[in-house]
Design a protein around this ligand. Structure first.
Ligand code: SF4
Length: 649
């Protein structure tokens, strides 16, 4: 049997340097099956990471078809379930014999896709920890007999009860033996233990088999991981372990870690409860290499904390933060908005609290998600909580938070904390003197930027024939138009693109002359609404400039035409699209530009970096200039470097 794993990435507004889609889940299933001698007669593989993490829907479907697997095994999470369902349906309609297996945290009896068996494109769905279930499936056990396996339209007669892993030795080490690859940022994800003794009701981690039992990675394997990281240029090991301080062997483990993690020491990121950190523990964490921690504060409102089963000791929390800060450990606190019983005042107080601790700019703020399979979802009605029925399942209103206040809450958080709740969204565009051009990710066929000159016959021919087989899931498409009647060819092209890649985040840019009719943008609006399969990004990041951040529109103007644009035309244009000014390099003088009227703070300034070599020191001085936040580039790699420089990395 040929089994192909598929794990789709977190959707993003624009391409990110690091995606974090490390294929750990599929690696764990594969490694466990291999070490338990269950692979005979089976061939297991995963789609190449660049294709599954950067590719658009069509390129992924085509890549799966080329592999011709008997089984497609999909890891389903809150961020990819809608897209995974779409791809699974497409495959089933092309190849009715293909078997599709679902697993991952999205599989729960109250998930939106579990009600209607007619709509289920999968042959089975596994709930909870998957390694032992997967092994049983490879051994040919009838899925209907396996506990925690849902089979559409099938009566269960359970006789096989797969257990949670007792320790994690069989899943060592996905970056050495599995499918996982370290990304360009040098970060490696790792699971050193499973299990959680806490019981937060918004979380599903503790409701499975591993409720309060722990499974550990043996110490010698931890040493192997650190040695491998050191010899492979790893910058950080990011631990997925829940509340690191709850390890029963914490002291002994940290002594061991500080002994093996030196010369040079690899930086480690861990999540923990700040209340548990006294001076001695802070020093031990630091000497073990734990230089960065995330701590779930969520709220200071005692009623809300009690409602979701969390404790909070303000004095100990402050002490813990001070202890961590005194040894130089960076801290990222989390705040959740809209927990049951919490109030807007509770949120303001929580924001004030992190500000007083000097952590405002590092704080992550989320609206509470009412996730499938959680106790909070079961209690939502009791608390009169309404929430999105589709991912990301954010809370929409509570008796204490009106819908209007919750809609505004992330804007309020940005104001109170002086941070941004939306991720980086600077677009990468390509403009060209040629009739058509594309830009690809290095060493792949995946295209992240297209340019078509629709003002020429040849350019229109290209756009008519483009099928977007290699388009990325984060794509920019620039069309130069100089007459309104060229719009029809663009309309057809966009229809084709969105039909083939409905889940791609797209930026459509029209390169136009001053005073060009603005109803050209109506077609984009019309098409993008028709083919919108998910509102995940839009819902999660309302504070971005665009109201449809995953389907953006830009207008590109030549800076030399600046004075030909009337103020009123520009103002109307900015109401419907983001404006980008194409700047020639010749305007750049000693790290600054000549000043132009008509440019506003919200506009982008575009530099063609693909055809000009830009020195690092020029990039550095641009990044510090007053207009540094407005600059964008024509190639992804310069843009990523520039973003790093602006972030001070
Ligand atoms: S949120 Fe973290 S600490 Fe709470 S139950 Fe889940 S894993 Fe455990």
């Amino acid at each position: 049997m040929k089994i192909l794993f598929l794990q789709l990435p977190v959707p993003t507004l624009v391409s990110q340097k690091s995606i974090g889609n490390h294929l750990l889940a599929s690696s764990s299933l594969f490694l466990h099956a291999m070490r338990m001698n269950s692979l005979s007669a089976h061939q297991l593989s995963a789609l190449p990471q660049e294709v599954c993490s950067r590719g658009g829907d069509l390129s992924i479907i085509n890549a799966i078809c080329e592999e011709k697997p008997d089984v497609l095994a999909c890891t389903c999470t809150v961020w990819n379930i809608e897209r995974t369902l779409y791809i699974a349906k497409k495959l089933k309609s092309k190849f009715p014999d293909i078997k599709i297996w679902f697993g991952g945290p999205e599989i729960a009896s109250d998930a939106f896709f579990m009600n209607d068996s007619q709509e289920q494109p999968f042959d089975l769905a596994v709930e909870g920890e998957g390694e032992e279930v997967f092994r049983s499936l490879l051994q040919g056990v009838d899925p209907a007999k396996i506990n925690r396996v849902y089979v559409p339209n099938n009566k269960k007669e359970i006789s096989v009860f797969p257990q949670a892993l007792k320790d994690l030795h069989t899943i060592h080490e996905p970056f050495i033996h599995g499918f996982a690859q370290m990304e360009q940022d040098g970060v490696v994800l790792s699971e050193l233990f499973r299990g959680c003794k806490y019981g937060c009701l918004f979380c599903r981690y503790h409701t499975g088999d591993m409720k309060k039992t722990f499974a550990f990675r043996p110490y010698d394997q931890v040493k192997e991981l650190i040695d491998w990281a050191r010899s492979n240029g790893t910058k950080e090991i990011f631990l997925l372990d829940p509340s690191f301080e709850q390890r029963p062997d914490l002291d002994e483990f940290l002594d061991f870690l500080s002994g093996i993690n030196r010369d040079p020491q690899i930086s480690i990121f861990a999540e923990l409860r700040a209340e548990a950190v006294d001076k001695k523990l802070a020093e031990k964490l630091k000497s073990s290499g734990i230089h960065h921690v995330e701590t779930g504060l969520q709220t200071v409102n005692k009623i809300a904390l009690k409602n979701v089963g969390r404790s909070f000791d303000k004095v100990k929390f402050v002490d813990g933060i001070n202890n961590l800060q005194s040894v130089g450990i960076k801290i990222r606190p989390d705040i959740m908005i809209g927990l049951p019983g919490d109030t807007p005042e509770g949120f303001y107080e929580t924001a004030e609290f992190v500000k007083e601790l000097g952590l405002a700019s590092y704080t992550q703020v989320f609206k509470t998600q009412i996730l499938p399979g959680t106790i909070l979802r079961k209690q939502a009605e009791r608390y009169k909580i309404t929430y999105e029925k589709l991912p990301p399942y954010q809370v929409l209103s509570t008796p204490q938070w009106s819908k209007e206040l919750l809609d505004e809450s992330l804007y309020t958080a940005e104001e109170l904390l002086g941070t941004r709740c939306a991720p980086e969204d600077s677009p990468v565009l390509v403009f060209s003197n040629q009739t058509q051009q594309v830009r690809k990710f290095n060493n792949t066929e995946i295209i992240y930027a297209y340019y078509f000159d629709c003002s020429s016959d040849k350019g229109r021919e290209f756009i008519v024939n483009e099928e977007f087989k290699h388009a990325s899931c984060t794509l920019s498409l620039t069309c130069k138009v100089d007459r309104y009647d060229q719009i029809d060819v663009v309309r057809k092209c966009l229809t084709r693109f969105y039909e083939a890649n409905p889940f791609s985040s797209s930026i459509v840019a029209f390169q136009i002359q001053p005073l060009f009719p603005l109803d050209i943008f109506d077609i984009v609006n019309e098409i993008k609404q028709q083919n919108c399969h998910s509102t995940y990004l839009q819902s999660l990041f309302p504070t971005t400039y665009s109201r449809t951040p995953h389907r953006r529109m830009l207008a590109a103007l030549n800076i030399n035409d600046c004075q030909s644009c009337t103020k009123s035309w520009l103002s109307d244009l900015r109401d419907i699209a983001e404006v980008v000014w194409i700047m020639p390099f010749s305007l750049l003088r000693n790290g600054t530009f000549e000043t132009f009227g008509r440019i506003e703070e919200v506009d982008y300034l575009y530099l063609d970096s693909a055809n000009v070599s830009i020195q690092e020191k020029t990039l550095q001085s641009l990044s510090r200039s007053p207009f540094g936040h407005q600059l964008i580039f024509s190639d992804m790699y310069t843009q990523w470097r520039y973003i790093e420089l602006r972030a001070g990395e």
